[in-house]
Write a protein that binds this ligand. Structure first.
Ligand code: ADP
Ligand code: MG
Length: 251
């Protein structure tokens, strides 16, 4: 079984430390949720794992099956089985979703290996059926004029096609209406299974009403300060983040 291991990770933007020693191990088959107030470093964590050049890892490591991914190029990380939900272009006019996904699948194949078109479409359509996505959807241009929900549908379909071992999904609070939230939840619930580990980062406790995570972690000031099961999310909803802050102040 594979695992994604974040080890005492410290991340800075410029010379400002944002993530200050975060450790977390995700096994294939598990869904972990990270919650936390705004500005606490959640998106910084996901962008650094994705290899975004503005985010400097000053110490610690991120390992997949014991091997550090930090020196890998972004596409190497993807080929190794890591899916990052936001590293994709926001809008590509004139490129259909079907062709975009085909290029994405091709890019993850070994050099010299050719994608068989018939097999590709067969797989695409079976994934779409599984996710209950209309066939017409794939002839649209990537993200062009998409609603928040359609962007999410495109992202989930991409995840289904790439069959990653681990998926890091940062559900920021911008543009996530109830429709988009539902699409993410249904997609994750359909795709979750023994072959996929998910790190779901969210500002929304509400999302966790639809996706029941195996583990919930509360992030505050660049660290995980509390971990538990799905009940922790409910407790947070009832008591708010101030409860966590007060507990920290006492300790
Ligand atoms: P969260 O996702 O938990 O709301 P972020 O990771 O987006 O938090 O932000 C954490 C901190 O890093 C905030 O103080 C934010 O202002 C700062 N920050 C995030 N991105 C940048 C950036 N590109 N340049 C400078 N500061 C940033
Ligand atoms: Mg964020």
């Amino acid at each position: 079984m594979s695992q994604l291991e974040i080890k005492d990770l410290h991340i800075s933007i410029g010379d400002k430390p944002i993530v200050k020693g975060l450790s977390l191990t995700i096994k294939q088959g598990e869904v972990h949720a990270i919650m936390g107030p705004n500005g606490t470093g959640k998106s910084t964590l996901s962008k650094a794992i994705a290899g975004h050049p503005d985010y400097t890892i000053t110490s610690g490591d991120v390992l997949m099956d014991g091997q550090s991914i930090l020196s890998m190029e972004v596409d190497e990380r993807a080929r190794a089985g890591l899916f990052l939900a936001f590293q994709y272009p926001s809008e590509i006019p004139g490129v259909s979703i079907a062709n975009f996904l085909r290029a994405a699948v091709q890019a993850r194949m070994a050099e010299g290996e050719e994608l068989d078109a018939t097999a590709y479409y067969k797989r695409l359509y079976s994934k779409m059926d599984m996710l209950k996505i209309d066939r017409k959807f794939t002839s649209r241009s990537v993200n062009e004029g998409f609603s928040g929900g359609e962007k999410k549908r495109c992202e989930i379909l991409q995840m289904a096609m790439l069959e990653p071992k681990f998926s890091v999904m940062d559900e920021t609070d911008s543009g996530l209406d109830i429709d988009a939230l539902r699409i993410v939840a249904e997609g994750v619930n359909t795709l979750r299974g023994p072959g996929l580990g998910i790190l779901l980062i969210t500002h929304y406790q509400r999302l966790l009403n639809y996706i029941v995570p195996d583990f919930v972690h509360v992030m505050y000031d660049g660290r995980i300060v509390k971990s538990g099961d799905k009940n922790l999310a409910l407790e947070l909803e009832a008591k708010g983040y101030d409860w966590v802050k007060k507990e920290l102040a006492k300790a």
